[in-house]
Ligand binder design. Structure first.
Ligand code: ATP
Ligand code: MG
Length: 464
Protein backbone atom coordinates (compact mmCIF):
# COMPACT_ATOMS: atom_id res chain seq x y z
CA UNK A 1 0.00 0.00 0.00
CA UNK A 2 1.22 3.49 -0.81
CA UNK A 3 0.43 5.60 2.25
CA UNK A 4 0.41 8.76 0.15
CA UNK A 5 -2.22 8.89 -2.52
CA UNK A 6 -3.86 11.64 -4.47
CA UNK A 7 -7.25 12.75 -3.40
CA UNK A 8 -8.69 15.16 -5.94
CA UNK A 9 -9.12 18.54 -4.26
CA UNK A 10 -12.09 19.09 -6.52
CA UNK A 11 -13.84 16.07 -4.99
CA UNK A 12 -13.06 17.44 -1.53
CA UNK A 13 -14.49 20.81 -2.47
CA UNK A 14 -17.70 19.19 -3.78
CA UNK A 15 -18.32 17.52 -0.41
CA UNK A 16 -17.95 20.73 1.61
CA UNK A 17 -20.16 23.77 1.84
CA UNK A 18 -18.76 26.84 0.03
CA UNK A 19 -18.37 28.49 3.47
CA UNK A 20 -16.30 25.67 4.89
CA UNK A 21 -14.24 25.48 1.74
CA UNK A 22 -13.56 29.20 2.00
CA UNK A 23 -12.42 28.84 5.63
CA UNK A 24 -10.13 25.93 4.76
CA UNK A 25 -8.67 27.86 1.84
CA UNK A 26 -8.00 30.85 4.11
CA UNK A 27 -6.44 28.62 6.79
CA UNK A 28 -4.22 26.95 4.15
CA UNK A 29 -3.15 30.37 2.93
CA UNK A 30 -2.14 31.47 6.46
CA UNK A 31 -0.30 28.17 7.04
CA UNK A 32 1.60 28.51 3.76
CA UNK A 33 2.67 32.04 4.73
CA UNK A 34 4.28 30.60 7.86
CA UNK A 35 5.90 27.77 5.92
CA UNK A 36 3.66 25.18 7.58
CA UNK A 37 1.67 22.27 6.19
CA UNK A 38 -1.99 22.03 7.02
CA UNK A 39 -3.97 18.78 7.13
CA UNK A 40 -7.61 17.90 7.38
CA UNK A 41 -7.74 14.88 9.72
CA UNK A 42 -9.96 12.41 11.53
CA UNK A 43 -13.74 12.16 11.24
CA UNK A 44 -14.16 14.57 8.33
CA UNK A 45 -11.71 12.65 6.15
CA UNK A 46 -13.50 9.41 7.06
CA UNK A 47 -16.90 10.87 6.21
CA UNK A 48 -15.69 12.35 2.91
CA UNK A 49 -14.23 9.01 1.85
CA UNK A 50 -17.45 7.24 2.83
CA UNK A 51 -19.68 9.66 0.95
CA UNK A 52 -20.75 9.15 -2.62
CA UNK A 53 -18.67 11.61 -4.68
CA UNK A 54 -20.57 14.82 -5.22
CA UNK A 55 -22.65 14.51 -2.04
CA UNK A 56 -22.63 17.69 0.03
CA UNK A 57 -21.86 16.74 3.65
CA UNK A 58 -23.29 18.56 6.59
CA UNK A 59 -20.15 19.03 8.66
CA UNK A 60 -20.23 20.70 12.06
CA UNK A 61 -16.83 19.78 13.46
CA UNK A 62 -13.51 19.80 11.66
CA UNK A 63 -10.04 18.87 12.89
CA UNK A 64 -7.02 20.56 11.38
CA UNK A 65 -3.40 19.69 12.14
CA UNK A 66 -0.32 21.80 11.39
CA UNK A 67 3.20 20.52 10.85
CA UNK A 68 6.26 21.43 8.88
CA UNK A 69 8.66 19.47 6.71
CA UNK A 70 10.79 17.56 9.17
CA UNK A 71 14.30 18.97 8.46
CA UNK A 72 13.53 22.56 9.46
CA UNK A 73 10.93 21.89 12.18
CA UNK A 74 12.33 21.71 15.67
CA UNK A 75 9.40 19.86 17.14
CA UNK A 76 10.57 20.47 20.68
CA UNK A 77 10.53 24.24 20.25
CA UNK A 78 7.94 26.51 21.79
CA UNK A 79 7.13 27.90 18.33
CA UNK A 80 6.33 24.42 17.02
CA UNK A 81 4.08 23.65 19.96
CA UNK A 82 2.22 26.91 19.45
CA UNK A 83 1.76 26.62 15.69
CA UNK A 84 -1.84 25.33 15.93
CA UNK A 85 -2.80 28.10 18.35
CA UNK A 86 -1.08 30.74 16.24
CA UNK A 87 -2.87 29.57 13.11
CA UNK A 88 -6.21 29.73 14.97
CA UNK A 89 -5.42 33.33 15.99
CA UNK A 90 -4.56 34.24 12.39
CA UNK A 91 -7.74 32.62 11.14
CA UNK A 92 -9.81 34.51 13.65
CA UNK A 93 -8.44 37.77 12.32
CA UNK A 94 -9.94 36.75 8.96
CA UNK A 95 -13.23 35.70 10.60
CA UNK A 96 -13.73 38.06 13.53
CA UNK A 97 -17.28 36.78 14.16
CA UNK A 98 -15.85 33.36 15.12
CA UNK A 99 -15.23 32.71 18.81
CA UNK A 100 -11.68 31.69 19.60
CA UNK A 101 -10.88 29.41 22.51
CA UNK A 102 -7.33 28.56 23.37
CA UNK A 103 -6.56 25.48 25.43
CA UNK A 104 -3.03 26.36 26.57
CA UNK A 105 -2.63 23.17 28.55
CA UNK A 106 -3.15 21.03 25.45
CA UNK A 107 -1.73 23.62 23.03
CA UNK A 108 -4.81 23.45 20.88
CA UNK A 109 -7.38 26.05 19.92
CA UNK A 110 -10.82 26.05 18.43
CA UNK A 111 -12.87 28.49 16.48
CA UNK A 112 -16.63 28.27 16.64
CA UNK A 113 -19.40 29.85 14.65
CA UNK A 114 -22.87 30.03 16.19
CA UNK A 115 -25.82 28.36 14.49
CA UNK A 116 -27.20 31.84 13.79
CA UNK A 117 -24.08 32.95 11.85
CA UNK A 118 -23.87 32.31 8.11
CA UNK A 119 -20.99 29.89 8.70
CA UNK A 120 -22.49 28.01 11.62
CA UNK A 121 -22.92 25.86 13.43
CA UNK A 122 -19.27 24.98 13.00
CA UNK A 123 -16.36 24.11 15.25
CA UNK A 124 -12.85 24.04 13.87
CA UNK A 125 -10.23 22.48 16.08
CA UNK A 126 -6.60 23.42 15.33
CA UNK A 127 -3.56 21.70 16.80
CA UNK A 128 0.09 21.23 16.12
CA UNK A 129 0.87 17.69 15.05
CA UNK A 130 1.78 15.80 18.22
CA UNK A 131 2.91 12.51 19.58
CA UNK A 132 1.36 11.09 22.73
CA UNK A 133 2.51 8.85 25.51
CA UNK A 134 0.49 7.59 28.45
CA UNK A 135 2.21 7.87 31.87
CA UNK A 136 -0.10 5.07 33.07
CA UNK A 137 -3.18 3.39 31.58
CA UNK A 138 -6.27 5.61 31.26
CA UNK A 139 -4.26 8.72 32.23
CA UNK A 140 -4.31 11.95 30.28
CA UNK A 141 -1.59 11.56 27.68
CA UNK A 142 1.61 13.58 27.70
CA UNK A 143 1.93 15.29 24.34
CA UNK A 144 4.88 16.69 22.42
CA UNK A 145 4.85 18.52 19.10
CA UNK A 146 5.70 16.17 16.30
CA UNK A 147 4.98 15.24 12.70
CA UNK A 148 1.67 14.52 11.02
CA UNK A 149 2.72 10.85 10.81
CA UNK A 150 3.14 10.66 14.61
CA UNK A 151 -0.10 12.52 15.02
CA UNK A 152 -1.90 9.84 13.04
CA UNK A 153 -0.28 7.12 15.18
CA UNK A 154 -1.99 8.45 18.32
CA UNK A 155 -5.50 8.06 16.91
CA UNK A 156 -8.20 5.56 17.77
CA UNK A 157 -9.11 3.59 14.64
CA UNK A 158 -7.62 3.25 11.18
CA UNK A 159 -10.72 4.86 9.64
CA UNK A 160 -10.09 7.94 11.82
CA UNK A 161 -6.35 8.06 11.21
CA UNK A 162 -6.22 9.51 7.71
CA UNK A 163 -5.29 13.02 6.66
CA UNK A 164 -5.66 15.11 3.53
CA UNK A 165 -2.96 17.71 2.97
CA UNK A 166 -4.33 21.15 2.12
CA UNK A 167 -1.12 23.05 1.42
CA UNK A 168 1.91 23.20 -0.86
CA UNK A 169 2.53 20.96 -3.82
CA UNK A 170 1.19 18.07 -1.71
CA UNK A 171 -2.27 19.66 -1.55
CA UNK A 172 -4.77 16.89 -2.15
CA UNK A 173 -2.45 14.11 -0.94
CA UNK A 174 -4.26 11.56 1.19
CA UNK A 175 -2.09 10.20 3.99
CA UNK A 176 -3.31 6.73 4.94
CA UNK A 177 -0.61 5.01 7.00
CA UNK A 178 -2.79 2.22 8.37
CA UNK A 179 -4.90 1.38 5.32
CA UNK A 180 -8.00 3.01 6.71
CA UNK A 181 -9.47 2.88 3.20
CA UNK A 182 -9.43 -0.94 3.32
CA UNK A 183 -11.32 -0.85 6.63
CA UNK A 184 -13.82 1.64 5.27
CA UNK A 185 -14.51 -0.77 2.43
CA UNK A 186 -14.82 -3.79 4.71
CA UNK A 187 -16.70 -1.72 7.32
CA UNK A 188 -14.37 -2.58 10.17
CA UNK A 189 -13.10 -0.76 13.23
CA UNK A 190 -9.46 -1.58 13.75
CA UNK A 191 -7.19 -0.14 16.44
CA UNK A 192 -3.68 0.96 15.51
CA UNK A 193 -1.73 -1.03 18.11
CA UNK A 194 -2.49 -3.79 20.65
CA UNK A 195 -2.24 -1.43 23.67
CA UNK A 196 -4.76 1.03 22.34
CA UNK A 197 -7.61 0.14 24.72
CA UNK A 198 -5.25 -0.14 27.67
CA UNK A 199 -3.95 3.39 27.01
CA UNK A 200 -7.42 4.76 26.60
CA UNK A 201 -10.54 2.71 27.42
CA UNK A 202 -12.84 5.49 26.17
CA UNK A 203 -11.95 4.13 22.74
CA UNK A 204 -14.32 1.22 23.46
CA UNK A 205 -17.11 3.73 23.83
CA UNK A 206 -15.96 5.55 20.72
CA UNK A 207 -15.99 2.20 18.89
CA UNK A 208 -19.65 1.72 19.73
CA UNK A 209 -20.40 5.21 18.43
CA UNK A 210 -19.06 4.29 15.00
CA UNK A 211 -20.31 0.69 15.08
CA UNK A 212 -23.88 1.84 15.63
CA UNK A 213 -23.78 4.97 13.51
CA UNK A 214 -21.96 3.53 10.51
CA UNK A 215 -23.01 -0.10 10.88
CA UNK A 216 -19.34 -1.20 11.23
CA UNK A 217 -18.02 -4.25 13.11
CA UNK A 218 -15.04 -4.54 15.42
CA UNK A 219 -12.27 -6.25 13.49
CA UNK A 220 -11.62 -9.64 15.15
CA UNK A 221 -8.13 -8.88 16.55
CA UNK A 222 -9.39 -5.54 17.81
CA UNK A 223 -12.24 -7.28 19.62
CA UNK A 224 -9.75 -9.72 21.11
CA UNK A 225 -7.57 -6.85 22.38
CA UNK A 226 -10.63 -5.17 23.83
CA UNK A 227 -11.66 -8.29 25.74
CA UNK A 228 -8.09 -8.90 26.89
CA UNK A 229 -7.86 -5.34 28.22
CA UNK A 230 -11.08 -5.83 30.21
CA UNK A 231 -10.16 -9.32 31.45
CA UNK A 232 -6.71 -8.18 32.57
CA UNK A 233 -8.28 -6.22 35.44
CA UNK A 234 -6.01 -3.29 34.54
CA UNK A 235 -8.76 -0.72 34.95
CA UNK A 236 -9.58 -1.79 38.48
CA UNK A 237 -5.89 -1.75 39.25
CA UNK A 238 -5.26 1.80 37.97
CA UNK A 239 -8.34 3.03 39.81
CA UNK A 240 -6.84 1.62 43.01
CA UNK A 241 -3.38 3.04 42.33
CA UNK A 242 -4.15 6.52 40.98
CA UNK A 243 -6.44 9.23 42.20
CA UNK A 244 -6.98 10.51 38.67
CA UNK A 245 -7.87 8.18 35.81
CA UNK A 246 -9.61 10.53 33.36
CA UNK A 247 -10.35 7.86 30.77
CA UNK A 248 -12.41 6.03 33.41
CA UNK A 249 -13.82 9.20 34.95
CA UNK A 250 -14.49 12.55 33.23
CA UNK A 251 -13.57 11.46 29.72
CA UNK A 252 -15.59 8.27 30.14
CA UNK A 253 -18.55 10.41 31.23
CA UNK A 254 -18.14 12.44 28.03
CA UNK A 255 -18.34 9.30 25.90
CA UNK A 256 -21.26 7.89 27.94
CA UNK A 257 -23.11 11.16 27.51
CA UNK A 258 -22.51 10.99 23.78
CA UNK A 259 -23.83 7.41 23.59
CA UNK A 260 -26.88 8.11 25.78
CA UNK A 261 -27.81 11.21 23.80
CA UNK A 262 -28.12 9.28 20.54
CA UNK A 263 -31.44 7.68 19.51
CA UNK A 264 -29.58 4.38 19.23
CA UNK A 265 -28.40 4.33 22.86
CA UNK A 266 -30.07 0.98 23.58
CA UNK A 267 -28.26 -0.96 20.87
CA UNK A 268 -25.05 0.89 21.76
CA UNK A 269 -25.27 -0.20 25.40
CA UNK A 270 -26.13 -3.77 24.39
CA UNK A 271 -23.08 -3.84 22.16
CA UNK A 272 -20.90 -2.50 24.99
CA UNK A 273 -22.26 -5.20 27.26
CA UNK A 274 -21.57 -7.90 24.63
CA UNK A 275 -17.97 -6.70 24.42
CA UNK A 276 -17.68 -6.64 28.23
CA UNK A 277 -16.99 -2.89 28.06
CA UNK A 278 -19.59 -1.90 30.67
CA UNK A 279 -17.06 -3.22 33.14
CA UNK A 280 -15.10 0.00 32.67
CA UNK A 281 -17.87 1.61 34.71
CA UNK A 282 -18.11 -1.22 37.25
CA UNK A 283 -17.28 -4.94 36.98
CA UNK A 284 -20.76 -6.03 38.07
CA UNK A 285 -22.76 -3.62 35.94
CA UNK A 286 -25.29 -5.36 33.68
CA UNK A 287 -28.08 -4.06 31.52
CA UNK A 288 -30.95 -6.42 32.24
CA UNK A 289 -31.73 -4.86 35.60
CA UNK A 290 -31.79 -1.27 34.35
CA UNK A 291 -32.82 -1.44 30.72
CA UNK A 292 -36.61 -1.80 31.22
CA UNK A 293 -36.80 1.31 33.42
CA UNK A 294 -34.44 3.22 31.13
CA UNK A 295 -36.68 2.31 28.19
CA UNK A 296 -39.82 3.46 30.03
CA UNK A 297 -38.28 6.84 30.87
CA UNK A 298 -36.96 7.22 27.34
CA UNK A 299 -40.42 6.50 25.88
CA UNK A 300 -42.06 8.96 28.25
CA UNK A 301 -39.49 11.66 27.47
CA UNK A 302 -39.90 11.09 23.73
CA UNK A 303 -43.68 11.27 23.96
CA UNK A 304 -43.42 14.36 26.15
CA UNK A 305 -41.19 16.12 23.61
CA UNK A 306 -44.02 16.13 21.06
CA UNK A 307 -46.82 16.76 23.56
CA UNK A 308 -48.12 20.31 24.11
CA UNK A 309 -48.56 19.67 27.85
CA UNK A 310 -46.12 16.96 28.93
CA UNK A 311 -46.55 15.39 32.38
CA UNK A 312 -45.15 17.76 34.97
CA UNK A 313 -42.64 15.34 36.47
CA UNK A 314 -40.80 14.97 33.16
CA UNK A 315 -40.10 18.69 33.08
CA UNK A 316 -38.51 18.42 36.50
CA UNK A 317 -35.98 15.76 35.50
CA UNK A 318 -32.43 16.53 34.36
CA UNK A 319 -31.25 15.94 30.78
CA UNK A 320 -32.14 12.55 29.34
CA UNK A 321 -28.58 11.17 29.25
CA UNK A 322 -28.17 11.95 32.94
CA UNK A 323 -31.48 10.36 33.95
CA UNK A 324 -30.60 7.25 31.95
CA UNK A 325 -27.13 7.09 33.46
CA UNK A 326 -28.48 7.42 37.01
CA UNK A 327 -30.91 4.58 36.37
CA UNK A 328 -28.09 2.47 34.97
CA UNK A 329 -25.95 3.12 38.06
CA UNK A 330 -28.79 2.73 40.57
CA UNK A 331 -28.57 -1.09 40.38
CA UNK A 332 -25.12 -0.90 41.97
CA UNK A 333 -26.55 -0.05 45.39
CA UNK A 334 -24.08 1.65 47.71
CA UNK A 335 -21.36 1.56 45.01
CA UNK A 336 -23.42 3.82 42.73
CA UNK A 337 -22.70 7.15 44.47
CA UNK A 338 -18.88 6.70 44.49
CA UNK A 339 -18.99 5.85 40.79
CA UNK A 340 -21.19 8.88 40.08
CA UNK A 341 -18.61 10.92 42.00
CA UNK A 342 -15.78 9.47 39.90
CA UNK A 343 -17.69 10.31 36.74
CA UNK A 344 -18.21 13.82 38.12
CA UNK A 345 -21.98 13.77 37.73
CA UNK A 346 -23.77 16.80 39.22
CA UNK A 347 -24.00 16.81 43.01
CA UNK A 348 -27.79 16.29 43.08
CA UNK A 349 -27.31 13.05 41.07
CA UNK A 350 -24.66 11.87 43.50
CA UNK A 351 -26.87 12.71 46.50
CA UNK A 352 -29.87 10.90 45.01
CA UNK A 353 -27.82 7.77 44.46
CA UNK A 354 -26.27 8.12 47.90
CA UNK A 355 -29.67 8.19 49.65
CA UNK A 356 -31.34 5.67 47.40
CA UNK A 357 -31.09 2.61 49.66
CA UNK A 358 -32.58 4.50 52.58
CA UNK A 359 -35.34 5.95 50.41
CA UNK A 360 -36.07 2.45 49.08
CA UNK A 361 -36.45 1.01 52.58
CA UNK A 362 -38.72 3.86 53.71
CA UNK A 363 -40.82 3.65 50.61
CA UNK A 364 -41.32 -0.11 50.94
CA UNK A 365 -42.61 0.43 54.48
CA UNK A 366 -45.02 3.18 53.45
CA UNK A 367 -46.31 1.40 50.37
CA UNK A 368 -46.87 -1.86 52.29
CA UNK A 369 -49.91 -0.27 53.96
CA UNK A 370 -50.96 2.11 51.17
CA UNK A 371 -53.89 0.69 49.23
CA UNK A 372 -55.97 3.68 48.25
CA UNK A 373 -54.65 6.11 45.59
CA UNK A 374 -54.71 8.89 48.21
CA UNK A 375 -52.44 6.82 50.49
CA UNK A 376 -50.04 6.13 47.61
CA UNK A 377 -50.05 9.84 46.85
CA UNK A 378 -49.09 10.70 50.43
CA UNK A 379 -46.35 8.06 50.50
CA UNK A 380 -44.76 9.32 47.28
CA UNK A 381 -45.40 13.03 47.46
CA UNK A 382 -42.46 13.49 49.81
CA UNK A 383 -39.94 12.61 47.06
CA UNK A 384 -38.78 14.66 44.09
CA UNK A 385 -39.53 13.19 40.62
CA UNK A 386 -35.89 12.35 39.87
CA UNK A 387 -35.69 10.22 43.05
CA UNK A 388 -39.01 8.56 42.23
CA UNK A 389 -37.75 7.59 38.81
CA UNK A 390 -34.79 5.88 40.47
CA UNK A 391 -37.07 4.24 43.04
CA UNK A 392 -39.32 2.97 40.23
CA UNK A 393 -36.27 1.56 38.48
CA UNK A 394 -35.12 -0.36 41.55
CA UNK A 395 -38.36 -1.40 43.31
CA UNK A 396 -40.21 -4.72 42.99
CA UNK A 397 -43.20 -4.86 40.68
CA UNK A 398 -46.22 -3.70 42.76
CA UNK A 399 -44.29 -0.72 44.18
CA UNK A 400 -42.88 0.07 40.76
CA UNK A 401 -46.39 0.20 39.31
CA UNK A 402 -47.53 2.45 42.13
CA UNK A 403 -44.68 4.88 41.44
CA UNK A 404 -45.30 5.06 37.68
CA UNK A 405 -49.03 5.47 38.34
CA UNK A 406 -48.27 8.26 40.78
CA UNK A 407 -45.93 10.04 38.36
CA UNK A 408 -48.05 9.69 35.25
CA UNK A 409 -51.62 9.80 36.64
CA UNK A 410 -51.99 10.71 40.30
CA UNK A 411 -49.85 13.88 40.27
CA UNK A 412 -51.99 15.24 37.45
CA UNK A 413 -55.29 14.80 39.37
CA UNK A 414 -56.94 18.04 40.46
CA UNK A 415 -59.69 18.51 43.00
CA UNK A 416 -62.91 19.99 41.55
CA UNK A 417 -62.54 22.89 44.03
CA UNK A 418 -59.28 24.81 44.48
CA UNK A 419 -58.10 27.41 47.03
CA UNK A 420 -59.84 30.29 45.24
CA UNK A 421 -63.12 28.34 45.29
CA UNK A 422 -62.70 27.65 49.00
CA UNK A 423 -62.10 31.35 49.76
CA UNK A 424 -65.19 32.21 47.74
CA UNK A 425 -67.12 29.74 49.88
CA UNK A 426 -65.95 31.60 52.98
CA UNK A 427 -63.08 29.41 54.20
CA UNK A 428 -60.12 31.37 55.62
CA UNK A 429 -56.51 30.51 54.65
CA UNK A 430 -54.65 28.75 57.47
CA UNK A 431 -53.82 25.29 58.72
CA UNK A 432 -57.33 23.89 58.42
CA UNK A 433 -57.64 25.42 54.96
CA UNK A 434 -54.64 23.34 53.87
CA UNK A 435 -56.07 20.22 55.46
CA UNK A 436 -59.36 20.75 53.62
CA UNK A 437 -57.55 21.11 50.30
CA UNK A 438 -55.64 17.88 51.00
CA UNK A 439 -58.82 16.08 51.98
CA UNK A 440 -60.52 17.27 48.78
CA UNK A 441 -57.60 16.05 46.70
CA UNK A 442 -57.54 12.71 48.56
CA UNK A 443 -61.27 12.21 47.98
CA UNK A 444 -60.82 13.09 44.30
CA UNK A 445 -57.93 10.64 43.95
CA UNK A 446 -60.03 7.89 45.54
CA UNK A 447 -62.97 8.65 43.24
CA UNK A 448 -65.23 9.73 46.11
CA UNK A 449 -65.83 13.10 44.49
CA UNK A 450 -65.69 14.05 40.83
CA UNK A 451 -67.64 17.28 40.40
CA UNK A 452 -67.80 20.68 42.17
CA UNK A 453 -71.26 19.77 43.48
CA UNK A 454 -69.94 16.52 44.97
CA UNK A 455 -67.01 18.45 46.45
CA UNK A 456 -69.34 20.96 48.11
CA UNK A 457 -71.42 18.11 49.53
CA UNK A 458 -68.18 16.59 50.82
CA UNK A 459 -67.29 19.89 52.53
CA UNK A 460 -70.74 20.13 54.04
CA UNK A 461 -70.44 16.59 55.37
CA UNK A 462 -66.98 17.01 56.90
CA UNK A 463 -66.21 20.69 57.53
CA UNK A 464 -69.36 22.55 58.43
P1 ATP B 1 -17.66 12.40 14.95
O1 ATP B 1 -18.13 12.34 13.55
O2 ATP B 1 -18.55 11.70 15.92
O3 ATP B 1 -17.27 13.78 15.40
P2 ATP B 1 -14.85 11.95 14.94
O4 ATP B 1 -14.04 10.80 14.45
O5 ATP B 1 -14.67 13.25 14.23
O6 ATP B 1 -16.35 11.49 14.95
P3 ATP B 1 -14.11 13.37 17.31
O7 ATP B 1 -14.49 13.08 18.73
O8 ATP B 1 -14.59 14.62 16.70
O9 ATP B 1 -14.56 12.11 16.47
O10 ATP B 1 -12.53 13.28 17.26
C1 ATP B 1 -11.81 13.71 16.11
C2 ATP B 1 -10.66 12.77 15.85
O11 ATP B 1 -9.77 12.77 16.96
C3 ATP B 1 -11.06 11.31 15.65
O12 ATP B 1 -11.43 11.05 14.32
C4 ATP B 1 -9.79 10.58 16.05
O13 ATP B 1 -8.84 10.60 15.01
C5 ATP B 1 -9.25 11.46 17.16
N1 ATP B 1 -9.68 11.01 18.49
C6 ATP B 1 -10.71 11.47 19.24
N2 ATP B 1 -10.77 10.83 20.42
C7 ATP B 1 -9.75 9.95 20.45
C8 ATP B 1 -9.27 9.01 21.40
N3 ATP B 1 -9.86 8.83 22.58
N4 ATP B 1 -8.17 8.29 21.08
C9 ATP B 1 -7.55 8.47 19.91
N5 ATP B 1 -7.96 9.34 18.96
C10 ATP B 1 -9.04 10.07 19.23
MG1 MG C 1 -15.60 15.01 14.88
Amino acid sequence: MNPLQDFPLQRLQQCLSPHLWQILTTASHHATEQGWNLYLVGGVVRDILLATPGTLLSIVDVDLVVDRDRDDWDASSEAAANAGVKLAQELQRSYPEARLQIHRKFQTADLSWQESSEFGPLLIDLATARAESYPYPAANPTVVASSIEQDLHRRDFTINAMAICLTSDRAGALLDLFDGQRDLRSRQLRILHPNSFIDDPTRMYRAVRFAVRLGFQLESQTERHLREAIDSGIYEQVKREHSKVPALQTRLKGELKYVLETPTWKSALKRLQDWGALQCIHPSLTLHRSLPAMAVVDRLLKRAASHPEPPKFLQLLGPRWQVLLEILLAQLGDRAAPIATDLQLPSDSIQRLHHLAQDQAELATYLATAHQPSQIFIALNRHDPATLVLLAATSPRPDRHSIWRYLTVLVEVKSPLDGTDLRRLGYKPGQQFRQILEALLGATLDGVINTPAEAKAFLDRHYL
